[in-house]
Design a binder for this molecule. Structure first.
Ligand SMILES: Cc1cc2nc3c(=O)[nH]c(=O)nc-3n(C[C@H](O)[C@H](O)[C@H](O)COP(=O)(O)O)c2cc1C
Length: 361
């Protein structure tokens, strides 16, 4: 473990210590989910300006026999603008390469290492990585044993209920329980269920009672009230939130308020407008055309648009947008007002290919 990651400085505890304190605490904590092509340093900066989670996870580092840690993802660790701990996620199945990468990552200011055992993208699972590994519990056992022995930082796993069916969870839980992990994040769907079916929080509750380490609740957490409900139902250690936080970056602060018995503050239309303008300007760090930049922002707008208007007019108009003028015009047209915005996901019809968007409640 590097000095940089675990020394206590005059300014306070290191991020490793802050992370360990959260893991040991009885208070629930929150994390922004790892999201490929979303979880950049700039996006974290925009989130943190609106409250931010307690922990940030990087998108996954792809690991294979000849891989080197991706420099763009490393940049978000080295220049972490949030002041909060960052956990580096890896994906792969080559044990020596995973160990080598974990040791390289530990030389950077990471608070912990996470292993992805849930990615449902066919290109990943067909190579027996991510969610594909859930079909081979013995292999998971061997990978976790080797990594746990090699990693002195907090080591966690992010997974799903199984590959094909949720009854696979029992076997997986017995494998996880054999290793002294520091945390398990459980997305309450199988790999085959991808992103849009109902989330099985009872299965998460089962993991919480049967594992000797903390379990983070993941999947469809969409409001502070809902976060409280699923916490009560599962007794999980806290929440990992992805799409709900893109749609509503105030969600983490709203959860903190409600946990203290306070009424969460709702942003106004103008606050949401400022969020979208901030995304436009802050995420614009590579010199590309307006059109290319707007196309990239559509990844975020696909989720934000689900909380703006019931008819999906904002989302539909944004999806057609190609110019900077039209982008800001549509945003102002829908959001230049001082009324409160619940930002709850609305039932806007989606095409089957919108696997990541659509209703997630
Ligand atoms: C755009 C996008 C990219 C994602 N990339 C990753 C990733 O790199 N690693 C990972 O473990 N999960 C990834 N996920 C899954 C999320 O971390 C999370 O488990 C899932 O979206 C369910 O949580 P939510 O309903 O709060 O979004 C991704 C999800 C989305 C929407």
């Amino acid at each position: 473990m590097s000095q940089k990651t675990c020394s206590t400085t005059a300014s306070g505890p290191s991020h490793v210590e802050v992370y360990r304190q959260a893991l040991a605490s009885s208070e629930p904590f929150s994390a922004l989910a790892p999201m490929q092509a979303v979880s950049s340093l700039e996006f974290w900066q925009v989130m943190q300006a609106r409250g931010g989670p307690d922990l940030y996870f990087t998108e996954y580092f792809r690991v294979h026999s000849t891989s080197r840690p991706d420099r763009f993802i490393l940049r978000s660790i080295d220049q972490n603008p949030t002041g909060r701990p960052v956990i580096a996620q890896m994906i792969g199945n080559d044990i020596p390469a995973l160990i080598k990468t974990a040791k390289e990552l530990a030389k950077h200011p990471v608070a912990g290492i996470d292993l992805n055992l849930g990615c449902p993208a066919p290109i990943v699972y067909k190579k027996c990585a991510g969610g594909g590994l859930l079909r081979e519990p013995e292999r998971v056992d061997a990978i976790l044993g080797s990594l746990r022995e090699a990693i002195s930082l907090p080591f966690s796993v992010k997974t799903r209920l199984g590959f094909e069916a949720s009854h696979e969870l029992d076997k997986l839980l017995s494998v996880f329980a054999r290793h002294p992990l520091d945390l398990l994040t459980l997305h309450g769907r199988t790999v085959k269920q991808m992103y849009r079916s109902a989330v099985d929080y009872d299965a998460i509750a089962k993991a919480v009672t049967s594992l000797p380490f903390p379990v983070l609740i993941n999947g469809n957490v969409h409001s502070a009230k809902h976060a409280m409900q699923v916490h009560k139902q599962t007794q999980g250690a806290g929440w990992m939130i992805g799409r709900g936080a893109i749609r509503n970056p105030w969600l983490f602060d709203q959860i903190r308020a409600l946990a203290k018995g306070q009424e969460p503050a709702l942003p106004t239309g103008q606050d949401v407008l400022a969020y979208i303008e901030d995304l436009y300007h802050t995420l614009r760090y590579i010199p590309v055309s307006d059109e290319a930049h707007i196309n990239r922002l559509k990844k975020y707008l696909n989720f934000i648009g689900l909380g703006i208007d019931r008819n999906g007019e904002f989302l539909h108009a944004m999806r057609q947008t190609r110019t900077r003028e039209a982008f800001f015009h549509i945003a102002r047209q829908h959001l230049d007002h001082a009324s409160p915005m619940p930002l709850e996901p609305l039932d806007i019809p989606m095409k089957p290919r919108d696997v990541l968007a659509g209703v997630h409640r």
